[in-house]
Design a protein around this ligand. Sequence first.
Ligand SMILES: Cc1cc2nc3c(=O)[nH]c(=O)nc-3n(C[C@H](O)[C@H](O)[C@H](O)COP(=O)(O)OP(=O)(O)OC[C@H]3O[C@@H](n4cnc5c(N)ncnc54)[C@H](O)[C@@H]3O)c2cc1C
Ligand code: SF4
Length: 508
Amino acid sequence: MKQLRLILGDQLNSDHTWFDTVDDNTLYVMMEIKQETCYVLHHAQKLIAIFAAMRAFKDALLAQAHQVIYLSIADPSNTHDFEQNLNKLIKQNKVERFAYQAPDEYRVDELMSAFVNNLNIPHEMFSTEHFLTKRDEASNFFAGKKWVMERFYRHMRTKHKILLDEKQKPVGGQWNYDKENRKKWSGKPAAQEDTRPLHDHSELWSEITSQNIGTMGNPSAEAFRWPVNRTESLAVLDYFINYNLVNFGAYQDAMHTGNFRLFHSLISFSLNVKMLSPAEVIAKAEQAYVDKGYPLPAVEGFIRQILGWREFVRGFYWSHMPEMGEANYFDQDKPLPSWFWDGDTKMNCLKHSIKQSLDHAYAHHIQRLMVIGNFALLMGVNPHAVHQWYLGIYIDAFEWVEMPNTLSMSQYVDGGLLATKPYVSSASYISKMSNYCGDCSYSSKTRVGKNACPFNSLYWNFFQKQKEKLTNNPRLGIVNMQLEKMSDEDKEAIRYQASLYISDAENL
Ligand SMILES: Cc1cc2nc3c(=O)[nH]c(=O)nc-3n(C[C@H](O)[C@H](O)[C@H](O)COP(=O)(O)OP(=O)(O)OC[C@H]3O[C@@H](n4cnc5c(N)ncnc54)[C@H](O)[C@@H]3O)c2cc1C
Ligand code: SF4
């Protein structure tokens, strides 16, 4: 029976059982769809990386003698519509059976369900064989209870027998070593050089630009250092395990003007398009703990991100869609300042974090959460504008992982279903974890007056403004107490200073 199997751009899992056998009756189809490049303004490197990785995957399948139909972005026979392309191929090739892998994005899942419902041939949805949990596993785990990552993480550690001793207890006696992982970085230990691959993608980039697709960010070959096939992805992972994992934990929250990634792994793109599997990444990290005697807080901290956070936010996404995409707990409605697209601001922390994002399509977790997201929330920016910016700019931004992190964790749109309190801070946190404040036009020490750091007045203004919505939050007891003790004059001065910054957002 002739069958057509669809492979989406983030389903590049070469270990999938689909590819165990080569079969003359099986046709694979991969498509570069223009609409998928335009629903938000994407970083040039993200489009290049996805298409380059898809093309490399196609070449690898062809080399194994699989049959692949590949519709590239500039192919005249590409209608740029999933449904039309598929219907045409089914007819042309007399296909009798259709198969696809479960999409990770709600929108694409809906689209595929609608498509197969109208099909008059048998069809089947397969697992991507990538994640450690099923779509609804976390939601079943938390049925009727508050979503708490730490509980889920311990369950995952036990279920998958990761970092457990012979009594099935956590090695070292603790589940979580986060408290030991909060060091500032001042140049030592030395950060490793960037050994990621370089590519000449000029032809692909010309094809993309020939289609009048708008992009942001730096498309140059020197700036583009992302792995685009499994071999390159494994090399990036191995380099991280051998040289950076040892320092990952201690410096995972640190930020520095001289080094954009410090000891982070840079594997999120490879993971999210499934060139790497979470199971193999976790196994390599655990093995490094056994073989190399790496500090437990470093290895546990890294494993928690993948075994815990990554699977947790995915479960949260499937459990809270489509409502999450609409929520706006604080009713925020301001636009993003236009300097989000060029980084030209006097605020040094934002200048570095945004310019780095435009250059590398990358910022690490704390830059995303405690610099950029923190600022947007304190300024009253519409969370959905923030979400679209994050979805476009980051190399690893796929909605199932980007949306819960941006909307629920960073912008608190659901009033605390995922985060236990809003992730906001004044300048003191940024100053503690980075060297940004030293060179800044603003003073991190002052709340009001000329050149006072915007984060300081915005922070206290936020808690005054949102008092009613946050007053009963048990994790904000100290903040609420500090606010109570503040004189009315001080509160008024803070509100005034914040209003100046909010109304002059373009010129900060
Ligand atoms: C506002 C905001 C938006 C984010 N958007 C995305 C996104 O679109 N795509 C994405 O993959 N991650 C996102 N994250 C999580 C995290 O910032 C990135 O996974 C990480 O920076 C990727 O870099 P890395 O590979 O060097 O990760 P490392 O710091 O080395 O961590 C290792 C891996 O752990 C996983 N991980 C770590 N934190 C998280 C998390 N909170 N949620 C899910 N997985 C996690 C990633 O797969 C990552 O590759 C976001 C975080 C925030 C605060
Ligand atoms: S002083 Fe304020 S604006 Fe400047 S770098 Fe520090 S936190 Fe950012």
